[in-house]
Design a protein around this ligand. Structure first.
Ligand code: ADP
Length: 322
């Protein structure tokens, strides 16, 4: 129940203090978000604060407003929770900015794909023609060009997926496939470009799953390329998968730089990159794990990382098989 209401609240939501005090907080929550509140209350009852929770709220005239909520428990002298204090920030402008930025990223990456696709085709033809040529330099150069084009395609696809994700257009298209088969295919492709590391798939059992094959493939490629990127040449990368009940878990283990406990949760956030001296020469945008986590979330699965700084990392995800 609302017990106090300041002037900013009146400005944002349109209700005067007289109109709203004594009413339920649910009056401000849109019908399709009413189930958010029990979750928030549960966290507060445990004494946690909720900070920068982004959601939408209803104004008096029925508009949906983008807000960021910070909520903390109010306690009496004995430490009992006697109420809550909520601060709502109107983030409409910021959301619009984000949407514009997203549109731009989406359009730019879409436009970049067209010339890249023809470049890729030209390189393939040139490669085929160079098969029987004596010019060793050209053959080698074309092979390198091919690799770089593939790398750029992966990056652009990442941006395209980010913009799809943010505008709610990342859709899961399920099909039945075998996880071991998919991992083997990815490793075959990877072996063409990675010669610095030994990558081993340790499991062989059949593991059929109903999921979006392309998207799970991009999650796996991302975890594997990170394992390569963030561990020194000569290292071994071990991939495992196993079925337990109706859950399939996949793990990718490297012997690299590892991640400190402070960074471990944050690496799945958008644009987050660890700040460390050894990161200086490793390029990246910090979107791979964010995208991977979103893809897994949309499959009702889980993704997590375990690591000890300096001693390698294990990235795992689990998916319901059905
Ligand atoms: P990017 O690799 O482009 O920076 P990601 O989203 O894939 O973006 O990864 C986010 C960050 O997580 C990386 O910048 C790196 O700091 C850390 N990270 C990811 N994978 C590993 C790994 N296998 N070992 C150590 N650090 C990692």
């Amino acid at each position: 129940m609302i017990t106090s209401w300041n002037d900013s609240a009146r400005r944002i939501f349109g209700y005067t203090a007289e109109e709203i005090i004594g009413q339920s907080i649910y009056k401000l929550i849109p019908p399709d978000r009413q189930d958010e509140e029990p979750g928030i209350l549960h966290r507060l009852k445990k004494g946690e604060r909720v900070e920068h929770f982004e959601t939408r709220r209803l104004t008096k005239d029925g508009r949906l407003l983008d807000v960021s909520l910070s909520i903390s428990p109010l306690k009496d002298g004995q430490g009992n929770i006697i109420g809550l204090s909520k601060i709502a920030r109107d983030i409409t402008e910021r959301k619009l900015d984000e949407a514009r930025k997203n549109d731009f990223i989406g359009m730019a990456s879409h436009e970049l794909k067209t010339p890249l696709t023809s470049l890729h085709a030209i390189i393939q033809v040139a490669n085929a023609k160079l098969k029987n040529s004596d010019d060793k330099y050209l053959a080698h150069a074309m092979e390198k060009a091919n690799m770089q084009v593939k790398r750029m395609t992966r990056m652009i696809n990442g941006f395209l997926n980010i913009s799809r994700l943010e505008s709610g257009k990342l859709i899961v298209e399920r099909q039945s496939f075998d996880m071991g088969q998919l991992i083997s295919e990815i490793l075959e492709e990877t072996s063409l470009t990675v010669s610095t590391h030994t990558i081993t798939l340790q499991s062989t059992a059949p593991a059929v799953i109903n999921a979006d094959r392309d998207k799970i493939s991009s999650v796996l490629s991302n975890l594997i390329s990170n394992a390569v990127k963030y561990s020194p040449a000569g290292g071994t990368i071990l991939i495992n998968y196993w079925l337990k009940g109706k859950t399939l878990t996949v793990s990718v283990k490297d012997q690299g730089m590892g991640i400190s406990p402070d960074d471990l949760d944050k690496v799945f956030e958008r644009y987050y990159r660890v700040e460390a001296a050894e990161m200086r020469n490793i390029s990246g945008f910090g979107i791979g794990l964010y995208l991977s986590a979103e893809i897994i979330k949309r499959h009702n699965g889980q993704i997590w990382a375990e690591s000890t700084a300096g001693q390698g990392s294990v990235f795992s995800f689990s998916l319901p098989i059905g």
